[in-house]
Design a protein. Structure first.
Length: 211
């Protein structure tokens, strides 16, 4: 394959990567608006929470939906890609997402638990919030709901998997680590300069780079 053809193929993969991210942001924005109480936060806090949590939610949703045992990733728009097809654009980040997906599947989460976990990802203390106390209160309610749900689904889960709730909440720091890895990948693609990142990706990723 000639260099120019290879570059064109790489550019196509990177464009697809950016399209997956921006498409997921729209889906996540619509979903966030359905969380009871989310729309009561002031507009600035809504936007800050959304943009801060976006990459973590992207990872969580892909990991939950995918089939790691078949090396298949399923994205928000229904696109199914083999792990190998993501190697060009995602780089090593794809391996971390697949490992996370496997550990998530081992927990046998139901839709309610994944919704609770997603709400925890988005409604958490972030630097620059105008009403941090309101977010804190929301989190306390969320913990209560989660405990209630856990007792509702009976002792089966808790008997077979002790410390289930702690393990579930332990996924949050894992997501933050994966998020940092994702930002580093974007930074690398930006330096490579084959495809300019879309404005929203540029804003979210470059505003909050941890390095």
């Amino acid at each position: 394959m000639s260099d120019s053809l290879k570059e064109k193929e790489d550019a196509g993969d990177i464009q697809q990567f950016y399209d997956l991210l921006t498409g997921a942001l729209d889906v996540i924005r619509n979903w966030a608006q359905t969380i009871p109480g989310f729309m009561d936060f002031c507009a600035e806090d809504q936007e800050l929470l959304l943009e801060s949590a976006f990459v973590e939610l992207f990872i969580l949703r892909v990991a939950y939906r995918s089939k790691p045992e078949k090396n298949k990733l399923i994205f928000c728009n229904g696109l199914v890609l083999h792990r190998q097809q993501c190697a060009n654009s995602f780089g090593g980040w794809i391996d971390s997402i697949m490992d996370f997906s496997q550990s998530l599947h081992r927990m046998n989460l139901d839709n309610s638990l994944i919704a609770c976990l997603s709400a925890f990802v988005i409604i958490t203390d972030r630097h620059g919030l105008k009403e941090p106390k309101r977010v804190e209160d929301f989190q306390s309610n969320l913990i209560s709901c989660l405990r209630e749900h856990m007792s509702g689904i009976g002792s089966e889960v808790t008997r077979t998997q002790p410390n289930y709730l702690s393990r579930l909440l332990g996924k949050l720091p894992e997501l933050r680590t994966l998020c940092t890895e994702g930002r580093q990948r974007i930074f690398y693609l930006k330096l490579e300069d084959l495809v300019p990142p879309p404005p929203i990706v540029e804003k979210i990723f470059m505003d909050t780079l941890p390095f």
